[in-house]
Design a protein around this ligand. Structure first.
Ligand SMILES: [Ca+2]
Length: 136
């Protein structure tokens, strides 16, 4: 049993916590904002790299701060400072979504990556973001 737990801990350390995607609206449909990634999904929503794992992006840090839950506070915050709240980006503009429910809108942005990425005011926020290819 101990080994099983240890194994789980080690695995999640590498992969991130994929089940957290059930804890935010449209967690499986967050668009990848990197150049040339149109239509692609950013799997590790709270992380600097698309597959997840490694350091957290601003949204991941805020998500951790509120206890890995979709709270009104988190929903109304603009973690990546691009002028749109996390709720607006994830398709819950009214901050009414609860776990298991259907979001009122589709995800229209990434809550942890300042968009558009080419915007000069986003460069500092996005300095640790690793795009899937070298096109971003
Ligand atoms: Ca935002």
């Amino acid at each position: 049993m101990f080994l099983l737990i240890l194994c789980l801990v080690l695995t999640t350390g590498v992969l991130g916590f994929p089940w957290f995607r059930n804890d935010i609206p449209n967690g499986y449909k967050v668009p990848d904002p990197c150049t040339g990634q149109t239509g692609q999904i950013w799997e590790g929503v709270g992380h600097n790299q698309e597959p997840g794992g490694g350091p957290r992006n601003p949204f991941g840090l805020d998500f951790k701060t509120v206890g890995f839950k979709w709270t009104k506070e988190l929903c109304q915050k603009d973690s990546d400072k691009d002028g749109r709240t996390n709720g607006e980006e994830l398709g819950d503009p009214g901050c009414t979504w609860t776990k298991g429910g259907t979001p009122s809108a589709a995800a229209s942005g990434h809550p942890g990556i300042c968009e558009p990425m080419s915007n000069s005011s986003c460069v500092t926020v996005n300095k640790d973001i690793m795009c899937p290819s070298n096109t971003g």
